[in-house]
Ligand binder design. Structure first.
Ligand SMILES: *[C@@H]1O[C@H](CO)[C@@H](O)[C@H](O)[C@H]1NC(C)=O
Ligand SMILES: *[C@@H]1O[C@H](CO)[C@@H](O)[C@H](O)[C@H]1NC(C)=O
Ligand SMILES: *[C@@H]1O[C@H](CO)[C@@H](O)[C@H](O)[C@H]1NC(C)=O
Ligand SMILES: *[C@@H]1O[C@H](CO)[C@@H](O)[C@H](O)[C@H]1NC(C)=O
Length: 354
């Protein structure tokens, strides 16, 4: 005679007590994580390998000042959050590039509604004529784009970050003492309520982000983060803040830029600005806050999103999919109810990230 065996029981040994069951369950969970995280990794590995050849301009000139003096702003909003005399606690600048309209729109439809956020981009070419009509119209329609006259390229991120700092210092002079600039990317999902909490809890700190310790630079020319030895000789970077999202105190911006003008640039903007300029040259403290995460949740639980101020590497669809949970918790929080508090305090959220 056949007996019906519930599906899950097949995996769980009978009469072996709770410990065994828990162990089996965690193994299953670990396998799911590994599969999900590996899938993400292989999709990166499968990209056809191309050596990074776009570093030539660094061989000609590595003076940040001589680049910045040549780059003008082509389009920017006429009114920004800094035009007001009201206190500005947080300003978010998002690195984007001309073709990434869908990513920008996903941000506008989600977290961009809750924090002052502007997109910073260059041109597909170098000349003013390379500003496409699409980008021009988009900038006119949304008033949230800052377009500079330089070639938008992954290897030019250091210039883009420098332009962000320069723009903030120039356009928000009366707010610099009170604001934190959050430099982030257009594949980052921000939880505005948690990000503001991170800002408040780190008030007075100079630089805050996800601090990576003792990292080795990539020396193989096929890697996206390749840094040749002629750009930076030491192999080891003792500490830096992940470029996916870090906060800089407004009142430090000019000091950091001035210091950078004396140090030849390299292609990794986060290593350059947070380690070489801020830590090594200026001896500023890099504060670690795990809530500004360079990872993303593999398990879409509301409370995992609620534990993070920012998470990285989301497609526009993933962003749109995760947003309703965050917004629902955010609205509740504004009404004085914070769900997930127990979870955030007691569960090690990092288990759910990769
Ligand atoms: C390169 O940078 C230096 C400053 O270090 C500047 O004086 C010079 O004009 C720059 N050269 C070019 C070709 O831009
Ligand atoms: C800046 O512009 C000057 C004059 O147009 C040019 O000679 C120089 O090479 C430019 N510098 C850089 C770093 O592009
Ligand atoms: C970076 O921008 C400068 C200035 O527009 C340009 O000369 C250089 O070719 C760009 N680099 C890349 C890799 O596009
Ligand atoms: C760097 O800063 C730390 C504290 O933030 C201080 O203890 C140390 O002496 C400073 N080092 C130098 C070389 O100024």
């Amino acid at each position: 005679m056949k007996r019906k065996v519930p599906y899950l029981k097949l995996f769980l040994p009978r009469r072996r007590g709770i410990a065994v069951r828990l162990a089996v369950l965690s193994l299953v969970l670990a396998a799911i994580t590994a599969a999900w995280c590996l899938a993400d990794l292989t999709s990166q590995v499968l990209v056809p390998p191309q050596p990074i050849l776009a570093l030539d301009h660094y061989a000609i000139n590595r003076s940040l000042k001589s680049y910045l003096d040549n780059i003008s702003v082509l389009i920017e909003p006429s009114i920004t959050v800094c035009s007001d005399s009201e206190r500005v606690e947080l300003l978010v600048l998002v690195t984007s590039s001309p073709k990434r309209f869908v990513q920008r729109q996903a941000i506008r439809d989600t977290w961009g509604k809750h924090v002052p956020a502007y997109f910073v981009l260059g041109l597909d070419g170098v000349a003013v004529e390379d500003l496409t009509a699409d980008n021009y119209l988009e900038a006119k329609e949304y008033s949230d784009m800052i377009i500079f006259q330089f070639q938008d390229h992954y290897q030019n991120l250091t210039l883009k970050t420098a332009l962000m700092m320069q723009w903030t210092a120039a356009r928000c002079p009366s707010h610099l003492d009170e604001l934190m600039l959050f430099k982030t990317d257009d594949d980052v999902l921000v939880n505005p309520w948690l990000l503001r909490r991170v800002v408040r809890q780190n008030s007075g700190k100079d630089l805050v982000g996800y601090r990576k310790m003792n990292s080795y630079l990539h020396r193989d020319a096929y890697n996206k983060w390749f840094v040749p030895r002629w750009l930076h000789r030491p192999d080891l970077v003792p500490q830096y803040l992940s470029g996916t999202g870090y906060l800089i105190r407004g009142s430090r911006l000019e000091e950091i830029l001035q210091a950078a003008f004396e140090i030849p640039i390299i292609n990794l903007e986060d290593v350059y600005f947070t380690y070489i300029v801020s830590k090594f040259k200026l001896n500023l403290t890099l504060t670690h806050d795990r809530r500004l995460s360079p990872y993303k949740p593999w398990l879409p639980l509301d409370c995992i999103y609620w534990g993070l101020g920012s998470m990285h590497s989301l497609t526009s669809n993933e962003m749109l999919g995760a947003w309703p949970s965050i917004e629902r918790l955010g609205k509740k929080y504004e009404q004085g109810f914070e769900n997930c508090r127990y979870f955030v305090v007691n569960i090690w959220t990092e288990l759910f990230l990769c």
